[in-house]
Design a protein around this ligand. Structure first.
Ligand code: FES
Length: 236
């Protein structure tokens, strides 16, 4: 894997706007839903974080003197790898983080469970599900639910990242998730506790959410087709 700059495809003197645009483009390309892989997706995330955190030095770039065979994005991502349980315990904002218990909607289908089951999460806790399908993580202040999931290594569905589709929809079973930029959900869906993970931030200390609900009635038709959308973004 190349340097963080190579991973994003930018020069070492790229400004903030160039970094952000490159990250948006690359994270879409690398997402497993869009033809990438979990490894590539993680490398893009790690590269972006290394650059914006100031941990990517010029020496990381092959144009510089350093030829860091095991470094770059991989090294930069070492801090976050294996940290699925939440943010750095030393983080300043950890005190105000919200705990999210998540469950993949596909699990409900597989087990014959229903979103309205009172004991849904208790059943999930006892079902020995893989970490990608069920578990907990912390959402730090300023993180959207989708960002938090991605920062913990998960590849949840999304498309526009701006409140204009239903690809990132989640069902809030317990707690509250904000809806600051919603251009798509009907009042009926909102009343049914459907929220958008890309723009939603926790309003309560604890949440229980079911993600990957994009195929629920009322949401399927609000989804964006990923490929035309990708091309539009790539042309930005
Ligand atoms: S990804 Fe489109 S609204 Fe969240």
């Amino acid at each position: 894997m190349g340097s963080p700059y190579d991973v994003l495809g930018i020069d070492t003197d790229a400004d903030d706007g160039e970094i952000e645009r490159a990250y948006r483009r690359r994270v879409l390309e690398a997402h497993p839903d869009h033809g990438g892989s979990a490894e590539e997706f993680q490398a893009v995330k790690a590269a972006y974080e290394a650059i914006v955190d100031g941990n990517a030095t010029i020496e990381d770039h092959p144009d510089g003197d350093g030829d860091d065979p095991g470094g770059g994005a991989a090294a930069a991502g070492a801090e976050s790898e294996g940290d699925d349980a939440g943010p750095d315990p030393g983080s300043e904002s950890a005190d105000a983080a919200a705990t999210v218990e998540y469950l993949d909607y596909e699990v409900l289908t597989d087990h014959g469970w229903d979103l309205g089951d009172d004991d849904l999460f208790e059943k999930a806790a006892g079902a020995d599900l893989p970490h990608a399908a069920y578990g907990r993580f912390l959402v730090e202040p300023g993180e959207s639910l989708l960002e938090a999931a991605e920062n913990r290594g998960f590849a949840w569905p999304y498309a526009c990242r701006g409140g204009a589709c239903a690809n990132c929809a989640v069902a809030v079973v317990e707690g509250e998730l904000s809806i600051p930029a919603n251009n798509v959900l009907s009042e009926e869906l909102i009343d049914s506790d459907i929220r958008l993970s890309c723009v939603g931030e926790p309003l309560t200390d604890d949440l229980r959410i079911v993600f990957n609900v994009k195929h629920l009635p009322g949401l399927e038709e609000l989804r964006l087709p990923p490929h035309p959308f990708d091309r539009a973004r790539a042309d930005d």
